[in-house]
Ligand binder design. Sequence first.
Ligand SMILES: Cc1ncc(COP(=O)(O)O)c(C=O)c1O
Ligand SMILES: [Zn+2]
Length: 460
Amino acid sequence: MADLQLTDHVPREADDGVWLACIECGESFAPFDTVRYTCDDCDGLLEVRYADLPTWEDFEDEGRGVWRYHETLPFEEGVTLPEGDTQLHTAPRLRDDIGVANLRIKHEGMNPTGSFKDRGMTVGVRVAQEVGVDRLACASTGNTSAALAAYGARAGLETLVLLPAGKVAAGKIAQAALHDARILEVDGNFDQCLDIVQDLAARGEVYLLNSLNPFRLEGQKTIGLEIMEEHYADHGEYPDRIVLPVGNAGNTAALYKCFRELVKAGAITEDQVPKLTGVQAEGAAPMVEAIQEGNDETRRWDEVETIATAIRIGNPVNAPKALPGIRETGGTAVAVSDEQITAAQRDVARQGIGVEPASAASVAGLRKLRRQGEIDADESVVCLTTGHLLKDPDAAAEAGRKPEPVPNDTDAILEHIDDRSSVVETVRRQASKAADSPLIPLVAGGLGAAYLYRKLRSKK
Ligand SMILES: Cc1ncc(COP(=O)(O)O)c(C=O)c1O
Ligand SMILES: [Zn+2]
């Protein structure tokens, strides 16, 4: 079982108070002496550790976004576009409809490349510069490749992305292409792409920037810091629960690390840690399976399928960090159907917030758990929406209202819009009658009525 306890011991490998610790065997490593993704001794996952952990006062007067929290990061600044400082939306109709005391939506789709991946890349690409590599690579369901392409371009480094052929949303491929990454389309799924890119990294051919790279998660933990700070400022308390989509379980691991560090620093107490609640698609739910069966490891799902291509992942590499995160915080994990994901995508969109399908899984999961009584009506919940609507225009078009072909003619279009209310209809008739009259006072009245009519129609 992974040991995620943060201790006061600073090993001699620490460099300026930063080191890497193996979560399986406890071995420590210098952070930047060589390129290393997992433990030399046991191949366990590594975690970045710090001698000093900051608290809220240390972030004051530090600007906004990921680098506001540089005291919790290995560097003062990174390769930045800049990222973070995303909206924590309210969603009152959805809150009432789902039936929780408070609902906020942390929209990570508002990052520079439209997903939370930017937070990890600003740190990860900075580390790549530190260790002195020139070719960056990742396997991706799409968003990681878009972020890596952009941050790689910013840093002037060569970038390779391995994508599962035919399973990546159009917006994401367009981003990777325009930011000039080499896009290698693999005849296989995401997990197989990750196997290959790990091989390439092990052979020293590329620097791996998937979330297996522990520095990526350092950037991503700032999602938790922003949520906690803003929620406390707005509501005088921290959220009871954070619900998030789960693919490789990087964010789940990153948020848990954020909370462990805040507790260790004395910034929050154990019982103020939000319950981490993971949501997967039914067709790709190894984390949910492990939570429900009480397993310490996930079983690799070889066949995965879901409309939410971003989380079409069968072998979540961060499970050893994320499973304890869900359990220790008192959270849970739930699987939702593609239909529930699409319905949630519409629900969120009708609050004016545009998200891609994987992101909507968080809201679908909240609704399902609330209906099952696993989430209480008095809870304050934050749903994480991880990617922007425009990432997957095909899914959005499919989920949304269909365009209506109409003739190129105003009257015909008015004829076509047949759902006018009787009030609007009456005003319209008065307006058109007045407009036809030769009498000036009536024309003036008609103009007033026409104005009122336009106003009423624009409100529809
Ligand atoms: C939009 C979106 N949501 C969720 C995820 C899954 O995130 P994680 O791998 O951190 O669980 C991804 C990443 O693949 C993603 O692109
Ligand atoms: Zn080890």
